[in-house]
Write a protein that binds this ligand. Structure first.
Ligand code: FAD
Length: 317
């Protein structure tokens, strides 16, 4: 079932989770152990992130370095199929521009369609560690909107091979990313919102946001989207803080602020357990307020500490 149908059919806020594929070398059972307790909350869908290959330099025995390609978390498509089969819950693979030609993207979409997967979250992806800024593959998609248009084309039976006539029309429900605190490359919020609106106009049926720790920023973002004529559902993405290192890592990687109250409470926490309790309590309060405000879905990034997500969701739903 499509994410948009889950939203439209729901009478109240529903819950969804996001997982990462296990690190290469680990089995899918590690993912099932992670998800099993959370299934009690009957998530409407589960997102699975996509992780492209990276180039690293490995030291050889003669002291020189060789450039090797590593992919730490493969398996997004397989995991989506496994989740749907194992839990009978809809899975939403993340699909990125980076590392794919348009033809490879098309083949990936055909695989998803054959597996009965009706949803994709369409993203650009970030620059690799060796790139100063994001570079698409030759004949790849540069921006999320370009990938989105490709998916929309396939939904209309338009394939890369222009000799395919009357091609099968896929029926993907397309989600897109939004940034309550602005995407870090965008010169300003107005520009970011203009491109977000373009993605919606091109066929995105809902927006899933970057994590945020200050609900006021989310509410302000929703207001700005509505003023800009964006009418699709906006799903807040939530993640708990669990340790003091994240106080600097999260702003650096995800370009989001930590509110002063949360920062002060984390700094006052003496042990790791105290930090987790602070993060959990903050997540509960954020979730309660968002649910009260009538958000369609509460989407939890479950990486790391699923027990905290479990405890929080148990208090909110
Ligand atoms: P875009 O919408 O393409 O926007 C990128 C930047 O370009 C923005 O600053 C925007 O304002 C600007 N822009 C957009 N369109 C145009 C245009 N036509 N012309 C000029 N400028 C334009 N990354 C992964 O690798 N794997 C994942 O699984 C993953 N999951 C994510 C899930 C969520 C909910 C979020 C919020 C992010 C996720 N990311 C993931 C990270 C994401 O790939 C990065 O944030 C990336 O830098 C931007 O992706 P986007 O889809 O928002 O890009």
């Amino acid at each position: 079932m499509k994410v948009i149908d889950h939203i439209n059919n729901a009478k109240d806020t529903v819950v969804s989770f996001e997982v990462l594929p296990p690190l290469k070398g680990r089995t899918i059972n590690s993912l099932y152990q992670h998800l099993d307790p959370l299934m009690e909350f009957k998530p409407s869908f589960i997102n699975v992130t996509y992780h492209r290959s990276e180039h690293i330099f490995k030291k050889k025995s003669d002291g020189t370095f060789e450039k090797v390609e590593v992919r730490k978390r493969p398996g997004t498509v397989g995991i989506c199929a496994a989740i749907m089969n194992h839990y009978k819950v809809d899975a939403v693979p993340h699909l990125i521009c980076g590392g794919f030609t348009k033809r490879e993207t098309e083949d990936a979409l055909i695989d998803l369609n054959f597996l009965g997967i009706d949803n994709v979250l369409v993203l650009r992806g970030d620059a690799t560690k060796n790139e100063a800024s994001f570079e698409p593959e030759p004949n790849g998609n540069r921006y999320a909107i370009d990938l989105l248009k490709q998916v929309d084309n396939l939904n209309n039976g338009i394939y890369q091979e222009d000799d395919i006539r009357e091609g099968f029309r896929t029926h993907f429900c397309i989600g897109t990313a939004g940034y309550p605190e602005k995407h870090f490359e965008a010169p300003n919020m107005e520009s970011d919102l203009r491109y977000l609106k373009a993605k919606v106009d091109a066929g995105a049926e809902y927006i899933l946001t970057q994590m945020f720790f200050d609900n006021a920023k989310f509410f302000e973002f929703v207001d700005k989207c509505r003023q800009a004529g964006i009418t699709v559902p906006i799903i807040p993405g939530l993640k708990p803080l669990t340790n003091k290192k994240q106080l600097t890592i999260i702003p650096r990687i995800f370009h989001v602020d930590i509110p002063s109250d949360l920062l002060n409470e984390m700094n006052r926490a003496k042990t790791d357990e105290d930090c987790e309790l602070v993060g959990q309590e903050w997540l509960i309060n954020q979730s309660r307020e968002l649910k009260k405000a009538g958000v369609p879905v509460l989407h939890y990034y479950t990486l790391g500490k699923p027990a905290i997500i479990y405890n929080a969701v148990a208090k909110v739903f």
